[in-house]
Design a binder for this molecule. Structure first.
Ligand code: HGY
Ligand code: MN
Ligand code: MN
Length: 407
């Protein structure tokens, strides 16, 4: 069995639920088990480990002083997520380092592996929290006060996990080197210049991501009049769930009209009794697309139907990766596959986007996902494609001294 297959097998039981999906939300027991795995694997590789002030995990293969190549991703999942979104990037980095060590090969400068905390925002709502805190894109005070759906504050959850939330704060000097993230492909976005939708249609095991579509999350709170289900005439009701249904349909229609993507993936109804008209409904709206203007038009159309102003919980503008930052990925992919590396955008957000917005040198490598399914148990990639991804990482690491490094 290959090293990467063995690593993925080790991770397979952690946070796995009865539906075959993964619940690895930030600062839960499953997250702690993933973090323990990271530290154990890094130590076994002889890497120097540390936890930064925001809880991000680092493992350094120190070969030269100064910044070098940072390879990273995240260990957390969305609720009932897939096995690969995040952990694939970390496990692949460890497997690549192992293969270089076993071959007696070494990069020209330091290689670090990072696991960013709470990339999905699956528990506290704000995606890419670890990288946003690191780069100063989010105020630590706001982060500490985030609450999960059980009312647990982030600072209390961190304390319970043995970390100090008072230490949260920016450390931008940590990302002076180039950052490379290997990620399972998510969806089947158009491959540049080929007319193909996704890597499978393009017949390519690996691709280079060119950037991230702009995206945001909004909360819409709809008030109503709580009352008895058996005594309130239909004509007299002020039912926020009925308005919520209209809002969901409006989001879909506006997204179709704008050629954007809109999702209401969470609705909370209070008090949530079968025999009571709700007193309040809250919806979370996720909107993405190729440009900001159409996203804003979708949100405006939804707001008009909701009759209340949506609260913007997060916004990430369009992120374009620089082609020179992807060096030497195209050459490495050509060497491994005998074909030119396809390029394509990402519809999913990544810590790489946050780092890029902060001025870091960033590149992303995508591994073909035949179904395109992600953020769900069906997320998958074939082992030979994953092994090619590991080989690509190893080659990039080996050539790290030639890789663009910002001082
Ligand atoms: O795209 C997302 O929702 C997350 O940032 N991965
Ligand atoms: Mn991810
Ligand atoms: Mn994700």
């Amino acid at each position: 069995m290959s090293r990467i297959a063995a690593l993925l097998e080790t991770l397979a039981p952690i946070g796995r639920n009865e539906q075959g999906g993964y619940d690895r939300l930030a600062w839960t027991d499953a997250d702690a088990a993933m973090r323990a795995w990271f530290l154990a694997e890094a130590t076994d590789l002889g890497l120097e480990t540390e936890v930064d002030r925001n809880g991000n995990l680092w493992a350094h293969w120190r070969l030269r002083p100064g910044a070098g190549l940072i390879v990273g991703s995240h260990l957390d999942s969305v609720p009932n997520g897939g096995p690969l979104d995040g952990p694939l990037g970390i496990a692949s980095a460890f497997a690549a380092i192992r293969s270089l060590q076993e071959a007696g090969a070494s990069p020209g400068s330091t290689v670090s592996v990072v696991a960013f905390v709470d990339e999905e925002g699956g528990r506290f709502g704000l995606a890419c929290l670890g990288s946003r805190l690191l780069t100063g894109a989010v105020d630590p005070e706001r982060a500490r006060a985030l609450v999960d759906r059980d009312g647990v504050r982030l600072d209390d959850a961190m304390r319970a996990a043995g970390l100090d939330p008072d230490a949260l704060g920016p450390e931008p000097e940590r990302v002076r080197g180039s950052y490379l993230e290997l990620h399972v492909e998510q969806g089947h976005l158009p491959v540049d210049g080929s007319g193909a939708a996704g890597l499978a249609a393009a017949g390519a095991p690996l691709g280079v991501l060119t950037g991230i579509w702009p995206h945001g999350r909004w909360r819409i709170d709809l008030p109503g009049q709580a009352n008895h289900a058996g005594t309130t005439p239909m004509a007299d009701r002020d039912d926020p769930v009925v308005r919520a249904a209209a809002v969901v349909l409006a989001a879909r229609e506006a997204a179709l009209a704008e050629d954007a993507l809109a999702t209401v993936g969470r609705i909370d109804v209070e008090p949530g009794a079968v025999n009571a008209i709700a007193g309040r409904a809250s919806l979370w709206l996720d909107v993405r697309g190729p440009d900001e203007a159409r996203i804003r038009r979708v949100v405006d159309a939804v707001a008009a139907v909701a009759g209340v102003a949506p609260t913007e919980e997060s916004w990430t503008g369009e992120t374009a990766f620089a082609a020179e930052d992807a060096r030497p990925l195209p050459a490495v992919i050509r060497e491994l596959t005998g074909a030119d590396a396809p390029t394509l955008p990402s519809g999913a957000g990544h810590d790489a986007g946050v780092l890029r917005a902060a001025g870091a040198s960033v590149a992303m490598l995508a591994v073909r996902n035949p179904s395109g399914i992600s953020h769900a148990p069906g997320e998958s990639a074939e082992l030979p494609d994953i092994e090619l991804g590991v080989a690509a990482l190893a080659l990039v690491m080996q050539r790290v001294s030639a890789y663009s490094v910002q001082a």
